[in-house]
Design a protein around this ligand. Structure first.
Ligand code: 28F
Length: 625
C-alpha cells in the first residue's frame, strides 16, 4: 500500500464512521433526548477535565448561548496542532474527526480519563450542526470549523501575540436533525459542574447562561471533604469529616465520610468523575471495609461484646463520597453507571478498613461516639425486625384489618382501582361524598405524618397513620390499587405533608414509584366567578391571563385555602373526575428534589431555614413549619 492509498483509505473510514454515528447516535450517546443532549456538553468538558487532572489546566468555563450553542473553554496546553505522522493532518483534526482517536484511547499520554461512554469529542462533532475549535499554543491562535463532522475550513492561524494564555475553546451547536428538542437545563449542568469541581480540588469551573444571565462559579480547595460539608450542611453531625486516599501506579482512590444524626445513609460513588448511581465494586468494597472496621474496633475497645454489627447498622446516618480513578473503567448496569472492575473492590475495602481503623485508634472519643451510635442502630434494628414481621404476617394472613377511615371502592381488580390519600378529615369527608365509589377509594389522613427521615424503622412501622397507609394499600403484600393519588392542600402545609408521604414511599415502597403507581392530584387554586359563569384556575399565571382577558368588572375571585373549602361536587368536578382532572405522575427525581428542600426546612439547623423562608416569603402565604 503506498502513502496515497493509505491516506485515502483513512479518509473513507472517517466518512463511514461519521455516517454511522449520525445514523445511530444513541449507540454512542445513550439517547437523543435530554440526557443525550447534555451528554454532549459533558463529553467536551471531560476532555478539559482530563487536561486539568494532568496538572496543566485549572480553569474551565461553560457558556450556554442564546442561540443554543455551547462553548467550553480551558486554560490547558491546547490540543496539539502539529501534523500527525500517519494521518498527515493536524492533531486537532484527527481528534475532531476520527472515531476513537484521542486521549481516551491513548494510555501513554493520559493515565486516567473520564467520559461516560468514552466516546470522544469526534462523536459530538458528528452530531453537531457545526463545531468550531480555537487553540492557543506557542503564542498563536489556531481555528478550524466543521459541519456535521466534516471539515469545512482547514486549520488556520487567526492571531499571534506574545501575551496569549494557552488553552482550548470549543463551540458547538447540536444538530436539530438529530435532537428533536434542544433545551438545556441549567440545573443539570450546574449539578454536574459542581460535582466535577468537588472531585477535582483546586479546579475553577464557571457556568454562564446567556439566556438568563445566570452565573455559577465552583472552586473547592477542600475537594470531597467540602462535598461532605455541602451535603451535610443542614444536618447535625457528630464529628468532622474523615478523609483518606491512596494512590498507585495506575489507580487512585479518595474517600470522605461523616456520621450525621439522621437515620438514612447517603453514599455517592464516582469512577473517573462519573457519578456511578448504580454503585458497583467500589461501593461494595466501601461497605465491606466500614463493617469490618467498626466491628473490629468495637471488639478491641470493649464497647461491643456479644452482638455483631451489620453493614446497615454501621452505615446508619452516614454521608460519604467514594471516588476512584482507574485506567480502564468498565461501566455496567441499565444506565451504564455501575462500576464493574472486580479489582477495585479489594482495593477500596482494604483502604477503608486500614485507614478507618487507624482513625479510630487515633481519635478514641470520636470512635466511641460512632460505635455507640451504631450500637443503638443495632438494637433498633432488632425491634424493627419484630415490627416488620408483625406487619408482614398480618398482611399475608389478611388479619391486618383495613383501617376504619378507609372508604373502599366496589371494583375488585387492583388495575382498575384507585385511592386518594387525602389531607384532613374534612377534605376526606368531601372526597368520600364526591367520589365515584365504583373505583375510587378514599383514605383520609389526620394531620402530619411522621417524618421517616428522622425516625427509626420500628417507630415508623408502629405509627398509626403509616400503619393505615400500609394496610390500606397492601404494601408488603399485594398492591390493592394501581393508582395512588396524593391529594393535599395547595399551601405550605400541604406541600409539607406531600413531601412526608413522598419520602415514605421513597424509603419504604420505592417499587410503587418505580412502577408509576404514584400520582399527585392538582386541585384548583382559585375559583373565578363572573355573572353566572364559574371557572376554576390552577396556577397564578393562569389567573393573570384569565383576569386580563375578562375585563376587570364584576368578577369575583376566591382563593382556596384548603380542599376542605370545596363542597363534594366541586372537589369531584375539579380534581377527581377522570374526564376533567389532571394528575401528576411522581418520579424518583421529583422525590429527591422535594426531599432536598424539606430536609433543609425540617432539619435542626435554623439559619438555612430562615434564609429559605426569607427568600421565598413572597410565594408563601400560610407558612407554618
Ligand atoms: C474545551 C475542551 O478538549 N482540552 C484539551 C488537550 C491537551 C492535549 C491533548 C487535549 C494528543 C495525542 C491525544 C496538549 N499538549 N477542552 C479540551 N486539551 N488533548 S483536549 O492531547 C490529546 C492527545 O492524542 C495535549 C500535549 N499533550 C496533550
Amino acid at each position: 500500500m503506498n502513502e496515497n492509498t493509505r491516506y485515502d483509505a483513512a479518509n473513507i473510514q472517517v466518512l463511514k464512521d461519521l455516517e454511522a454515528v449520525r445514523r445511530r447516535p444513541s449507540m454512542y450517546i445513550g439517547d437523543t433526548d435530554k440526557r443525550g443532549l447534555h451528554h454532549l456538553i459533558f463529553e467536551v468538558v471531560d476532555n478539559a477535565v482530563d487536561e486539568a487532572q494532568e496538572g496543566y489546566c485549572d480553569k474551565i468555563e461553560v457558556i450556554i448561548g442564546k442561540d443554543n450553542t455551547v462553548t467550553v473553554t480551558d486554560n490547558g496546553r491546547g490540543i496539539p496542532v502539529d501534523i500527525h505522522p500517519d494521518q498527515k493532518k493536524p492533531g486537532v483534526e484527527v481528534i475532531m474527526t476520527m472515531l476513537h482517536a484521542g486521549s481516551k484511547f491513548d494510555h501513554k499520554i493520559y493515565k486516567i480519563s473520564g467520559g461516560l461512554h468514552g466516546v470522544g469529542v469526534s462523536v459530538v462533532n458528528a452530531i453537531s450542526e457545526y463545531l468550531e475549535v480555537e487553540i492557543t499554543r506557542d503564542n498563536t491562535v489556531y481555528h478550524q470549523r466543521y459541519e456535521r463532522g466534516k471539515v469545512v475550513s482547514n486549520l488556520k492561524i487567526i492571531n499571534k501575540d506574545k501575551s496569549l494564555q494557552t488553552g482550548t475553546k470549543v463551540t458547538f451547536l447540536p444538530d436539530p436533525e438529530i435532537f428533536p428538542e434542544i433545551q438545556y437545563s441549567f440545573d443539570i449542568i450546574t449539578e454536574k459542574l459542581r460535582e466535577l469541581a468537588f472531585l477535582n480540588k483546586g479546579l475553577t469551573v464557571k457556568l454562564f447562561d446567556e439566556r438568563t444571565e445566570k452565573t455559577r462559579t465552583f472552586l473547592y480547595n477542600g475537594g470531597i471533604v467540602e462535598f461532605i460539608e455541602f451535603l451535610d450542611k443542614d444536618k447535625g453531625t457528630i464529628h468532622k469529616p474523615i478523609y483518606f486516599c491512596a494512590q498507585k501506579e495506575d489507580s487512585a482512590c479518595e474517600i470522605a465520610l461523616q456520621y450525621t444524626d439522621f437515620y438514612t445513609e447517603n453514599i455517592f460513588t464516582f469512577a473517573n468523575n462519573i457519578n456511578t448511581k448504580e454503585g458497583g465494586t467500589h461501593l461494595a468494597g466501601f461497605k465491606a471495609g466500614i463493617t469490618r472496621a467498626v466491628n473490629d474496633y468495637g471488639r478491641k475497645s470493649g464497647l461491643l461484646k456479644d452482638i455483631s454489627l451489620t453493614g446497615d447498622d454501621a452505615r446508619e446516618g452516614i454521608t460519604s463520597i467514594v471516588a476512584v480513578k482507574i485506567r480502564e473503567p468498565q461501566f455496567e448496569g441499565q444506565t451504564k453507571t455501575k462500576l464493574g472492575n472486580s479489582e477495585v473492590r479489594g482495593m477500596v475495602e482494604s483502604l477503608v478498613y486500614n485507614k478507618l481503623g487507624q482513625y479510630f485508634e487515633e481519635n478514641p472519643s470520636t470512635a466511641d461516639k460512632i460505635i455507640k451510635k451504631i450500637m443503638v442502630a443495632a438494637s433498633s434494628r432488632v425491634a424493627a425486625a419484630k415490627a416488620r414481621e408483625l406487619t408482614r404476617q398480618k398482611a399475608v394472613l389478611g388479619t391486618s384489618p383495613l383501617p376504619g377511615k378507609l372508604a373502599d371502592c366496589e371494583e375488585r381488580n387492583p388495575e382498575n382501582r384507585e385511592i386518594y390519600i387525602v389531607e384532613g378529615d374534612s377534605a376526606g369527608g368531601s372526597a368520600k361524598q364526591g367520589r365515584d365509589r365504583k373505583f375510587q377509594a378514599i383514605l383520609p389522613l389526620r394531620g402530619k405524618i411522621l417524618n421517616v427521615e428522622k425516625a427509626r424503622e420500628d417507630k415508623i412501622l408502629s405509627n398509626e397513620e403509616i400503619k393505615n397507609i400500609i394496610s390500606a394499600l397492601g404494601i408488603r403484600s399485594t398492591l390493592r390499587y394501581h393508582k395512588i393519588i396524593i391529594m393535599t392542600d395547595a399551601d405550605v402545609d400541604g406541600a409539607h405533608i406531600r413531601t412526608l408521604l413522598l419520602t415514605f414511599f421513597y424509603r419504604y415502597a420505592k417499587d410503587i414509584v418505580e412502577n408509576s403507581h404514584l400520582y399527585i392530584a392538582q386541585p384548583p387554586l382559585y375559583r373565578v366567578k363572573q355573572k353566572r359563569k364559574v371557572m376554576y384556575v390552577y396556577s397564578d399565571e393562569e389567573l393573570n391571563t384569565l383576569t386580563e382577558k375578562l375585563e376587570k368588572d364584576g368578577i369575583e375571585i376566591q382563593r382556596y385555602k384548603g380542599l376542605g373549602e370545596m363542597n363534594p361536587d366541586e372537589l369531584y368536578n375539579t380534581t377527581m373526575d377522570i374526564e376533567k382532572r389532571t394528575i401528576k405522575l411522581v418520579t424518583l427525581e421529583d422525590i429527591v428534589e422535594a426531599d432536598k428542600t424539606f430536609t433543609m426546612l425540617m432539619g435542626d439547623k435554623v439559619e438555612p431555614r430562615r434564609q429559605f423562608i426569607e427568600q421565598n416569603a413572597k410565594y408563601v402565604e400560610n407558612l407554618d413549619i
